[in-house]
Design a protein around this ligand. Structure first.
Ligand code: 5GP
Ligand code: MG
Length: 169
């Protein structure tokens, strides 16, 4: 495993992202909607830095199957999503790749009549976006490699790693 982003570097950046969010939402309660399963670490670490009123919701999306490292059909399951009508939502995901996942969930949330919607992603693979989507809060731009750790999996493993790495064959 080649370490791309150390645990320290990730935590430092998340502290900065939390400060930016706190500045932007001084008086509006935020509903964070995390995209399962990859968002878990990012969501948990980010919100612990925030001293603002907030709620947490979750939505499930998956486009990878088993041992594949290329995306298959996208499935979105809103069964765990709380009532977001009239709420100020920040949608959180681990990584922005083609942009399909976030674009579709943003559209879904807008259809539920949220008061406002922004997006926060820890990682972005630059030049990979098919659906143009500029995240409002971004952790790191990374090269186009398949990464694991800090919530990101390969075949449902490696999510627990505190750092982000590139799997070697
Ligand atoms: P998009 O819909 O933007 O193409 O892809 C977003 C989703 O694909 C992410 O939520 C993530 O689950 C998955 N994904 C994209 N790139 C990677 C990667 O390098 N590693 C892992 N583990 N998942 C990825
Ligand atoms: Mg994901």
């Amino acid at each position: 495993m080649k370490v791309l982003l150390s645990a320290e570097k990730i935590q430092e950046r998340i502290t900065e992202m939390a400060a930016a969010i706190a500045r932007d939402y001084p008086d509006r309660p935020v509903t964070f909607v995390g995209v399962l399963t990859g968002c878990l670490m990012f969501l948990a670490d980010l919100i612990r830095h925030l001293d603002i009123r907030c709620r947490i919701g979750l939505i499930q999306a998956s486009s990878y199957r088993g041992e594949a490292t290329t995306a298959g059909p996208l499935r979105i399951d809103p069964a765990l999503l709380p009532d977001v009508r009239g709420k100020h939502v920040i949608l959180l995901d681990d990584i922005l790749d083609t942009g399909n996942t976030l674009a579709q969930i943003v559209a879904l949330l807008k259809g539920l009549e949220v008061a406002s919607i922004r997006t926060a992603v820890l990682l972005r693979k630059k030049d990979r976006q098919i659906v143009p989507l500029e995240p409002d809060y971004l952790g790191f731009d990374i090269p186009d490699a398949f990464v694991v750790g800090y919530g990101l999996d390969y075949n449902d493993e490696y999510r627990h790693l505190p750092y982000i790495g590139v799997l070697e064959e």
